[in-house]
Design a protein around this ligand. Structure first.
Ligand code: PRP
Ligand code: ZN
Length: 283
């Protein structure tokens, strides 16, 4: 049976448990447990600190894991990144006090920078020829400048609220991150097959995010115009109605262009338009 390592608490825990639930897998959300057996898929769930997940997967304690790409890059463990999971988006950025007269990255020359991501930061400074002092601290990095421990910080930024609260300004974005599925690099065929099934479920959930199922009635002679407007998965589904002059048209649209398309369809005579939430796209 596969063992998956997920975050026991913190920023990715809830979304991870929700993704698994959407995939029909019930895992206990409790961070008091270390390991439990899921239902809905043959899976052991190991609850760890995010910092420990890359190593657990590299060692084979867990076969796969869900963790932020930021942790994967920081820990430099031998794991395969199998897929992006579409949640937990954040960036790792350099931020300086509001009062600093920031020019460009050369500002950091000789400065002290507090971070929980020393590996990524040292790599970034060395790629850019900057000599700075990287101070590793475990948490509350954002308060380091105010208490005189550092001149700047390098940390996770998501909404940006933490920076604002602490009088800091984001100046350089070094890495963009999101939750990813990682795997031990050498797994047997049986486990790979199980991972394939899991990824299939995750992919269909991710792909259906933001998709809507749209039904409408359309005068029969406008079908060609409608088809031209709608780059559907194949093409829109057209179904006859009792009234021979009209058809029912069904199409899957992304919410980004939903309203544009609906306007265009109305312009060619579409009526009685229904927009439904779409749970899953299985290809
Ligand atoms: C991160 C980071 C900041 C905050 C930024 O901490 O260290 O404190 O999130 O988010 P914001 O831009 O939305 O305010 P996190 O909650 O991940 O906890 P951790 O540092 O203990 O991992
Ligand atoms: Zn952490």
């Amino acid at each position: 049976m596969l063992t998956i390592a997920i975050q026991n608490k913190g920023r990715l825990n809830e979304d991870t448990v929700a993704l698994m639930a959407d995939a029909g897998i019930t895992a206990s959300a409790s961070h008091r447990k270390l390991i439990s057996e899921a239902s809905g898929f043959p899976l052991h769930v190991l609850y760890l600190r995010d910092d420990d997940i890359p190593q657990a997967v590299a060692m084979g304690v867990a076969d796969i894991g869900i963790v932020g790409l930021n942790e994967v890059l920081e820990k430099e463990q031998d794991v395969d990144v199998r897929m992006k999971l579409g949640f937990g988006a954040c960036r790792l950025s350099l931020a300086v006090p509001k009062s600093a007269e920031y020019t460009d990255i050369r500002w950091f020359e000789g400065k002290r920078v507090a971070t929980s991501y020393p590996v990524i930061l040292r790599n970034y400074f060395s790629e850019n020829g900057i000599h700075a002092f990287v101070h590793e601290i475990a948490g509350s990095v954002e308060v380091a400048p105010a208490v005189g421990m550092a001149d700047a910080i390098f940390d996770i930024v998501s909404s940006g609220g933490t920076l604002i609260q602490n009088g800091l300004v984001e100046e350089e974005t070094v890495i963009r991150s999101e939750a990813v599925l990682i795997a031990h690099p050498h797994l047997d065929a049986e486990k790979e097959e199980e991972i394939g099934k899991l990824m299939f479920r995750f992919r269909s959930i991710i792909e259906s995010k933001g998709m809507k199922y749209v039904l409408m009635n359309l005068p029969k002679q406008r079908i060609d115009e409608a088809v031209a407007l709608l780059p559907g998965m194949k093409s829109p589904t057209v179904m006859p109605l009792a009234d021979k002059e009209w058809v029912s048209l069904h199409v899957v649209l992304h919410e980004n262009d939903l309203w544009d398309k609906i306007e265009q369809l109305k312009n060619i005579g579409a009526a009685d338009i229904l927009v439904l939430a779409l749970e899953n796209v299985i290809r």
